[in-house]
Structures are given as structure tokens and as C-alpha cells.
Design a protein around this ligand. Structure first.
Ligand SMILES: NC(=O)c1ccc[n+]([C@@H]2O[C@H](COP(=O)([O-])OP(=O)(O)OC[C@H]3O[C@@H](n4cnc5c(N)ncnc54)[C@H](O)[C@@H]3O)[C@@H](O)[C@H]2O)c1
Length: 437
């Protein structure tokens, strides 16, 4: 099939590479010329495992191309809108990129005879795909159902394993507003071996928010549980492992820590809460989930003060291991490291940070802290070490930590170290959820 993808970011590029590797002919469009140049040269602008190899394969096979021009829209079978949907300052969703992509589609369809189905893939509040249809009708003078189709297919990939998730999804939700779009979506996804759900666009849009808000609810629940376990001398990890063995609960997303970040959870929870409130509905559970998640990163500096004594963190030389919002990505959006570093800056700490992938992105946010060439370098001379991202390399044996640090206080925000082993080597170990002495 011929596909056009508008927006070649995490979702657009990964979907483009995924669909083209399944034999479809894909054109990726982006307004960012530099991104387009990089993609066309086989260099993914984002770090994702396996993406570079897969991209160069589909480029060589001439299955994927990248451009800033919108002309491929009128000859496509399906057009996916994968542009960003950021938050406005009040938390509500900003749909300006989706709307401008819809206008571009309208322009291209004005003089076209072909039936093209437009499918929103960005995470959008319920009713957006129907609004995209109206914009296209207004700009092109064409009629939905007769001249073009409308659909919404939410994307559930996780950064870090994006391509793998795209190729092997748990389910595919296809919201179609007309028969032709439903048929095209069914045909496109016939090679995927997973449950497939056909529904309308509004339901598909809601499924995405329901899934993301439920996952953040699970995380905030275990974060609160972890904070309490610390008080009563219990290791929350033992509690969540036992909890997760209950099949009704499942072990996934029971990882407590320094708070959840990333480009999706915070933005999506804020967007759906604002939408629900605009409809006169009070999302009480989500309000608490949100508040819990915002406070959680500061638990790290509280734990440091518990080890040092109140006020004694001020002015210390500290290191921050891990900046990305999670391991295996260079994405800094809403990363827990951001509020933690801001809090450390407020306390005049001298900060050395290290992340295997995200330092270039971090420098744009924190140009004035120092960055180390390796995690060992970051540890050198530090009086407190904050582990903020669960990169595998931080799991190295604790003697390395003790030897390099000036005073061996480790605040483990992701529970990457074994507390007993860490203590045996003389570290003063404090981990989120670790209440044992
Ligand atoms: N990143 C994730 O893990 C993930 C997972 C599932 C869903 N989503 C959702 O998918 C959407 C996209 O997210 P992302 O992380 O890929 O965003 P992103 O910022 O990485 O990419 C969006 C791209 O769209 C481009 N763009 C904006 N307006 C355009 C236009 N009119 N024409 C062409 N290109 C345009 C931007 O230049 C950018 O490259 C969001 O709604 C997000 O919530 C993201």
C-alpha cells in the first residue's frame, strides 16, 4: 500500500520504518528540514535500538523516502498524522500541529480524484479526528465518506523499545469513520499477529488516554506505597514482587521510583484532565495521581537529607547518574532528572551529571552544570550520588562507587543496586521504597 506519514518524530519515523519493512511504500513528511535530511541519509534523529539498521534497509530497498513536500498525500491510500500534541500552559492539549497537518491534507486533496483515508495517530482528545475531517472538508471542498476517509489508530509504542513494540503490539485499535477506511486499516494490519479491535474514532482516542492514565495511576500507587514502606521498615520491592504475582494485578508497571516522565504520561494525563474538566467532570483520581507524580522526584533530595541531616545537602558536590526519562533513550522530555537537578541547584550543590545517551539533550536544559565523560568520572569526589535513570551500566558492583566518592552516600531512585551488597561495601545506601535498616 502507499502510505504518507506527516510528522517524522518518534511515532512517525518508527511507524514509517515499520510499515515500509512490511512491504508498504512510505513517504515521511516533516517540516524540520534537518530531520528530513538526516532520515534521507539513513541517520535517525532519535536514538532507538535497531532503528538505524532498519532505516538503512528500507532506504536501500527504496521503500521509504523523506521529504518536506506534501505532494505524496494525494496519491496515498492512507495518510497518517503523527505530529506532536504538546500541552498548553494550563495543561490542555494544543492541537495546532494536528490542525495545520489537516489543512495541508485539505490543500493536497482539493484537486485530487483519488479516495484517500486520513488517520490520526497522534494522541488526541476524543472528537479530534472528527474535527480533522471538518478542517479537510473546509479547505478542500471535498466530502468525507464520498471523497476521503477518516480514522484514528492510537500508537502504544514505548520509547527504548519503540520498533520492537511497533512490530509486536499487544493490540491494534482501529477507529474508522467509514467502511473504506476500516477496510484499508484491516488490510494494512493483516500481517500483525495480535488482537485487533475495530471501533469508531472517538472510542479509539479514549482507549489511548484510558491506557496511559491507568498506567500512571499504577505507578503513582506504587510510589505512594513505596514512600510508606520506607517508614515502617519494609522493602517495597518485596511487597510489589509478591503483589505482581497475582494475575489480576500483573508485575508490569509496579516499579516505584523517582517519578514517571517522558513525552506521554505527564502530557496525556494533563490533557485528559483538562478535557474532562471542560466538560464539567471532576477527575478526582487523576488529580491525586498527578500530584503524587509531581512530588515524587523530590523524595530523592529528602532521602539525601535523611542521610546527611537537615540542611546539610546545601553546597555539596553531588553526582547525578542518569538524565533521560528512562533507560535506552536520549529523551529528556519531563524527565525526573529535571526537577531533581533544579532542586539541587536551589541548594547550591555542585553537580556533575552523566548519562550514556541524553547529555546532548540535557545540555539544552542545563547548560551550566558539569557533564562527566563516564559514570566513574561523575562519581569522583562526589559526596552524594543520585541514581535517577535505570541504565544497565549503573548496576556495576558497589566497590567502584565507594572508591571514587568522597563520602559514600548513594540515593537510589530506581533501585538499580542491591541494597545489602551496597551496604556490605560500606556505602550509605538509601533507596526509594527501601525501609530496612
Ligand atoms: N513518543 C512516544 O513514545 C509516543 C508514543 C505513543 C504516542 N505518542 C504520540 O504521538 C504524537 C507524536 O509524538 P512524537 O513523540 O513522535 O513527537 P515528536 O515531537 O518526536 O515528532 C513530531 C514531528 O512532527 C513534525 N511536525 C509538526 N507539524 C508538522 C506538520 N504540519 N507537517 C509535518 N511535520 C510536522 C515535527 O517537526 C516533529 O518532527 C504525540 O501525540 C504523542 O503523544 C508518542
Amino acid at each position: 500500500m502507499k502510505l504518507t506519514i506527516i510528522g517524522a518524530g518518534y511515532v512517525g519515523l518508527v511507524s514509517g520504518v515499520g510499515y515500509s519493512s512490511l512491504g508498504n511504500e512510505v513517504t515521511c513528511i516533516d517540516v524540520d528540514e534537518n530531520k528530513v535530511r538526516m532520515i534521507a541519509a539513513g541517520v535517525p534523529p532519535i536514538y532507538e535500538q535497531g532503528l538505524e539498521e532498519a532505516l538503512s534497509k528500507v532506504l536501500k530497498e527504496k521503500k521509504l523516502s523523506a521529504t518536506t513536500a506534501y505532494s505524496s498525500i494525494s496519491s496515498a491510500d492512507l495518510v497518517f498524522i503523527c505530529v506532536g500534541t504538546p500541552s498548553r500552559s494550563d495543561g490542555s492539549i494544543d492541537l495546532k500541529y494536528v490542525e495545520s497537518a489537516a489543512e495541508q491534507v485539505g490543500n493536497e486533496l482539493r484537486n485530487s480524484e483519488k479516495f484517500v483515508s486520513i488517520v490520526v495517530r497522534s494522541t488526541v482528545i476524543p472528537g479530534t479526528a472528527l474535527n480533522v475531517s471538518k478542517i479537510i472538508e473546509g479547505v478542500s471542498g471535498k466530502k468525507h465518506g464520498r471523497d476521503f476517509g477518516i480514522g484514528m489508530v492510537p500508537e502504544f509504542l514505548k520509547e527504548g523499545t519503540a520498533l520492537e513494540d511497533f512490530m509486536n503490539p499487544d493490540r491494534i485499535v482501529m477507529g474508522a469513520e467509514d467502511e473504506k477506511t476500516k477496510e484499508l486499516l484491516e488490510e494494512l494490519h493483516k500481517g500483525f499477529n495480535c488482537p485487533k479491535i475495530h471501533t469508531d474514532s472517538k472510542t479509539a482516542e479514549m482507549v489511548k488516554y484510558a491506557s496511559n492514565t491507568f498506567l500512571l495511576t499504577k505507578i503513582s500507587f506504587v510510589n505512594e506505597l513505596a514512600n510508606f514502606c520506607e517508614r515502617i521498615g519494609v522493602d517495597a520491592k518485596e511487597v510489589t514482587v509478591a503483589m505482581g504475582l497475582d494475575r489480576r494485578i500483573s508485575p508490569h508497571f509496579l516499579n516505584f521510583g523517582a517519578g514517571a516522565g517522558g513525552s506521554c504520561f505527564p502530557k496525556d494525563v494533563k490533557a485528559i484532565m483538562a478535557f474532562e474538566k471542560s466538560m464539567g467532570f471532576q477527575p478526582r483520581i487523576l488529580e491525586v495521581v498527578w500530584e503524587t507524580n509531581v512530588k515524587q522526584p523530590l523524595r530523592m533530595t529528602e532521602l539525601a537529607e535523611a542521610a546527611l541531616g537537615k540542611g546539610n545537602l546545601d553546597g555539596k558536590k553531588v553526582c547525578v547518574l542518569g538524565l533521560a526519562f528512562k533507560a535506552d533513550t536520549d529523551d529528556m522530555r519531563e524527565a525526573a532528572s529535571i526537577p531533581i537537578i533544579k532542586e539541587l541547584q536551589k541548594r547550591d550543590c555542585k553537580i556533575a551529571a552523566y548519562d550514556p545517551k541524553a547529555m546532548e539533550n540535557a545540555k539544552k536544559i542545563f547548560p551550566d552544570i558539569s557533564y562527566a565523560a563516564s559514570f566513574e568520572d561523575a562519581l569522583r569526589g562526589a559526596e552524594v550520588c543520585f541514581i535517577v535513570t535505570e541504565w544497565k551500566e549503573f548496576k556495576r558492583p558497589p566497590p567502584e562507587f565507594k572508591r571514587l566518592m568522597k563520602s559514600p552516600i548513594v540515593i537510589d531512585g530506581r533501585r538499580v543496586l542491591d541494597p545489602l551488597e551496597a551496604k556490605k561495601t560500606g556505602l550509605v545506601y538509601k533507596g526509594i521504597g527501601y525501609g530496612k535498616k
